[in-house]
Design a protein around this ligand. Structure first.
Ligand code: BGC
Length: 722
């Protein structure tokens, strides 16, 4: 997509319209080295700003801030930059608007479960409008790290384990934040992060080292970033991890060779928080001077939080150890982005338009997003509960927990504005008697409350057991070596389920949980993630049948931690598992199968697929075809199905995954209604990263699957002629 911005950034500065690259060039000519380095400095501050940031802005030594919020505080800094500094270059104000600002949407892993890019784009659009109203112009989102290890707490922030879905959602976020005109009011610059491989942290431990082959980088980890770039993402963030021994924040290969030379990125790269200084801890820089030189010359333009560029680059440039040209290029990139955002023309925020509490329209949008993110993992017919139930028990430590509904990176979201599951149930059934019992704490504590919880269940016509992780158990620096139901919650669940009442378990969590016992025992299991401001209403909509839960998992739920990493697009191996054959790929003590596979999710109705067709079924290398399949709602209720298209190449020069997602479509169908959905298949979908690390399509047979999850479905054969 050629956005206005892409055109702007691609324009040769000299030929650009007044204001575009020309302004950046002309400013650069007039800047001192100190002013140049100022543009490369991003500093955090308290929400309200503060005198240091104002002073630095007045001296032309501040390029950007993070975490300062509110039109008034930001305007104070901006006035210093625009009215007091020598060159009047505006400051760019950033913040982590990850899944909402004041109105909080489900965590990104939840939003991804909607398989609905348009919904994600609308969520990003509203978030941008709210953040803009508070003076912000840049969000450190989307986080597009492919993630395959549920121990890693940051899986909450991404789209899950698949690059194709991740790419589709990366585009949606960028379009939502930036629109086609990022200088327009209500827009934010997007930041694709964390470039790159951060999701492969060894052992799922945050910030840990990664070991990824170039092919896997290109095949699995790069595509969502490339999609963000193609959608016009103005900025990228360099990651904390090292890749094959080279930290991502001084990685010439990923930053300069791939991102800039190969892909033509013209925006700027900001380091992750303190990542330039952390090059010392990584053991690749002896001191701050070396860290600054390595990061800048490798392609990190702006330094977040640490102050090593400003401290050391003057001497390094003077000594000829860092070319001034490298500093200039970084400054130009930053200035061009400021220009593209219209900051020179409109530096100030409107102090009368601050973001207020979510209004009815924002709440409706958040509720719809939360409903569409729900994944019905199991249902023996218990759900939906009839709305005629008179006595309801809402049990569990998260039943009335607003923080668990909002999740990590909640922007400016407030507990007081969030609808808990208990609130949602009460609002859905105003005439019912709703009893509440916490039972146990999320972690630690005693079993003393279990008896009362079981007694509440015994007396109820419908029991809603709300279990999972507290709001701060996922997200950054929140890895878990035991990603299961924490504390004594399973004991509580067993006691409540033993009462034998119609019971649904609602899970609130920021990662796939390893819960085989719970899944075996619970009659119904609804994965609600951390569903945001309207989470409780959305869950109640699904529990009582006002909405059909139609989301699908975008990350595999393992049965056991020993299976991790476990993802659907694994290789077949030379000895795929064969029952009864000892020397095949398996565990002695656990099945290879997940608890719930990628793409899994039930509905209150049923669907059938038929007539998978390829037109044509034989193409030339480089040619195109279309796969189509018809889906029918075979049940008695309206509902949603996500039709998924997977490929498997046979006899390929590089071992192919057993299946690879190359198309999806979420459809809503009335009872008896059918729809035919089509998926284009061309070089992009049929190709892969070949032995020479280049994209290639090879002749041969490709198996095409249309299914409603990553397992099973219809199959057709495509022949690709030489
Ligand atoms: C995180 C980033 C985030 C940044 C600024 C870092 O610790 O890794 O994702 O954007 O902080 O808050």
């Amino acid at each position: 997509m050629r956005t206005l911005l892409a055109l702007l950034l691609a324009a040769a500065p000299a030929a650009a319209a007044p204001g575009a690259g020309a302004r950046a060039e002309s400013l650069l000519r007039r800047m001192t080295l100190s002013e140049k380095l100022g543009q490369l400095q991003q500093l955090g501050g308290p929400v309200g700003g503060g005198p240091e940031l104002v002073e630095l802005a007045a001296e032309g030594r501040l390029g950007s801030t993070l975490n300062v919020r509110g039109a008034k505080a930001l305007n104070a800094i901006q006035r210093a930059a625009v009215e007091r500094s020598r060159l009047k270059i505006p400051v760019l104000f950033g913040f982590d608007v990850i899944h909402g600002y004041r109105t909080v949407f489900p965590i990104p892993l939840g939003l991804a479960s909607s398989w609905d890019p348009a919904l994600v784009e609308r969520a990003a659009r509203l978030s941008a409008r709210e953040a803009y109203a508070d003076g912000l112009r840049w969000t450190f989102s989307p986080m597009v790290d492919v993630a395959r290890d549920p121990r890693w707490g940051r899986v909450a922030e991404g789209a899950g384990e698949d690059p194709f879905l991740g790419a589709a959602l990366a585009r949606a976020y960028v379009r939502g934040y930036q629109t086609s005109d990022p200088s327009a009011p209500g827009t934010l610059a997007a930041c694709a992060k964390h470039w790159v491989g951060y999701g492969a942290a060894e052992g799922g431990r945050d910030y840990n080292t990664t070991e990824i082959s170039e092919r896997t980088l290109r095949q699995v980890y790069f595509p969502p970033f490339k999609a963000a770039l193609d959608a016009g993402a103005l900025t990228f963030m360099s990651a904390f991890n090292d890749l094959d021994g080279v930290p991502a924040s001084e990685n010439r290969f990923t930053l300069n060779e791939v991102l800039r030379r190969e892909w033509g990125f013209r925006g700027f790269v900001v380091s992750d928080w303190d990542a330039v200084a952390q090059l010392i801890a990584h053991g690749v820089a002896a001191d701050g001077a070396q860290a600054a030189r390595e990061a800048l010359t490798a392609g990190v333009d702006m330094e977040m939080d640490s102050r090593l560029y400003g401290a050391h680059l003057p001497a390094l440039v003077k000594a000829g150890r860092v070319p001034l040209r490298t500093v200039d290029e970084a400054v130009l990139r930053v200035l061009r982005v400021k220009e593209a955002l219209g900051l020179f023309a409109h530096p100030y925020a409107d102090e009368t338009a601050a973001a207020g509490p979510p209004d009815a329209a924002a709440r409706a949008q958040a509720r719809e997003a939360a409903v569409r993110s729900l994944v019905l993992l199991k249902n023996d017919g218990t759900l939906p509960f009839p709305k005629t139930v008179r006595r309801v028990a809402v049990i569990g430590p998260l039943a009335d927990d607003a923080a668990a509904v909002l999740g990590s990176w909640r922007g400016d979201g407030r507990d007081s504005e969030a609808v808990t599951i208990l609130d949602g149930v009460r609002a859905a059934l105003p005439g019912a008697a709703v009893s509440v019992a916490t039972g146990v704490a999320v972690t630690g504590g005693t079993d003393a409350g279990i008896a009362a919880a079981a007694a509440a269940a015994k007396d109820a016509d419908a029991v809603i057991l709300v279990l999972g992780e507290s709001g701060d158990m996922s997200g950054e620096a929140s890895s878990r070596a035991h990603p299961d139901l924490p504390g004594r919650q399973l004991v509580l669940a067993e006691a409540v389920l033993a009462e034998g009442r119609p019971t649904a378990v609602v899970l609130l969590n920021g990662r796939p949980l390893i819960v085989p016992e719970l899944a075996a025992r619970a009659p119904a299991l609804l994965e609600a993630w951390q569903p945001g401001t309207e989470g409780g209403d959305a869950v109640a909509d699904a529990l009582f049948g006002d909405a059909d839960p139609g989301g699908k998992l975008t990350m595999t739920f393992p049965r056991a931690l020993g299976q991790v990493p476990l993802y659907y697009d694994h290789k077949n191996t030379g000895r795929p598992f064969e029952a009864g054959n000892h020397y095949t790929s398996k565990y002695l003590d656990e099945s290879n199968d997940p608890l719930f596979p990628f793409g899994w999710g039930l509905s209150y109705t049923t669907f059938a697929l038929r007539d998978l067709r390829l037109a044509p079924a034989r193409i030339r290398r480089g040619g195109r075809t279309t796969a189509s399949v018809t889906v029918t709602n075979t049940g008695a209720r309206a509902g949603d199905e996500v039709v998924q298209l997977y490929l498997h190449r046979t006899a390929s020069s590089v071992t192919p995954p057993v299946r690879q997602l190359e198309g999806f479509s979420r459809v809503s169908l009335k009872p008896g209604e059918s729809r035919t959905v089509s998926f284009p298949l061309g070089p992009k979908e049929l190709g892969f990263v070949g032995v020479d690390e280049k994209w290639t399509v090879e002749p041969g047979r490709v198996e095409v699957f249309a299914s409603t999850c990553s397992v099973g479905g219809l199959e057709a054969g495509l022949s690709v002629a030489p």
